[in-house]
Design a protein around this ligand. Structure first.
Ligand code: ADP
Ligand code: MG
Length: 259
């Protein structure tokens, strides 16, 4: 099963590689300085894999999720998502993919303050219009139950705590049952109980719908519950850790291990 999952062809028809990303570099330019990150970074992800991304602040984790999520296309590299080169996607296709195929739980994902939590969570459904046929009202109920946010559905974001808002952002990110979920430190502001709720639901989506999960986290206990952990490191640090990780030669500036 494991071998089949990682092979390029399943039944000779479909490619099971959902992400095939090769970044030469991502440059941020400001007036004073130029920052180059994700140098020669490669990532291949099989459909249904659970990947954790760890690494110190500023190493490029959020930038990487922005690239994977088609939010940022301004980098030097090639990226195939679901078997299509994203460099060739048209604007309307991009918008549709972001709405229907990718679930974002990003740090800067803001809720709209004038809408109730319920309407915020249902917003992606509104954008999708009739394009999303599989959605059932029970799906909303089950997400709400699993995350434990029924009591806050009629509240506005400003009436909610940070942890409640984080859970609402999470619910909105998964409501479309996307093929890929990108979560940037989704449990950072949560207590133990809610942290466990979120992680359980994330892995349940993976199990039930084969959703590919990519989680950025500083919590090693959570990271180690994924199939693979990608440890992003700045280039000068990697030698000290050589031997502890796999594939150091293949990912020159990032190391990887299986928990
Ligand atoms: N919009 C931006 N403009 C300029 N520099 C940025 C921008 N976004 C991120 N950076 C810089 O790029 C590096 C990586 O940032 P980021 O991806 O947010 O790291 P992480 O999520 O691992 O903390 C940092 O040095 C950060 O300051
Ligand atoms: Mg970040």
């Amino acid at each position: 099963m494991e071998n089949q999952k990682n092979s390029n062809f399943l039944g000779g028809v479909t490619m099971t590689k959902i992400i095939d990303l090769s970044v030469k570099e991502k440059i941020y330019e400001s007036k004073k300085a130029q920052i180059s990150i994700l140098n020669d970074f490669k990532l291949e992800v099989a459909d249904g894999e659970k990947i954790a991304i760890v690494g110190e602040s500023g190493v490029g984790k959020s930038s990487l999720l922005n690239i994977i999520g088609l939010i940022d296309r301004n980098y030097n590299g090639e990226y195939a998502l679901l078997g299509s080169l994203t460099n060739n996607l048209h604007t309307n296709e991009l918008a549709q993919w972001r709405n229907q195929k990718i679930g974002f739980i990003l740090q800067e994902s803001a809720l709209i303050n004038s809408l109730t939590i319920e309407d915020n969570i249902k917003l992606p459904l509104l954008y999708a219009g009739s394009g999303k046929k599989e959605f059932k009202p029970e799906d909303f109920e089950s997400v709400v139950d699993a995350i434990g946010i029924k009591p806050i559905l009629k509240k506005k974001p400003l009436e909610c705590s940070g942890g409640e808002k984080a859970r609402a952002v999470f619910a909105r990110g998964i409501i479309m049952k996307p093929q890929i979920i990108l979560a940037d430190e989704p449990t950072a502001s949560l207590d133990m109980e809610n942290r466990e709720r979120i992680v359980t639901l994330l892995f349940k989506m993976n199990k039930e719908f084969n959703t590919t999960i990519i989680t950025v986290t500083h919590d090693l206990e959570i990271a180690n519950r994924h199939d693979r952990v990608i440890h992003l490191e700045k280039a000068d640090k990697i030698d000290k850790r050589r031997g502890k990780f796999l594939n150091v030669g293949y990912f020159p500036k990032c190391a990887e291990y299986k928990p």
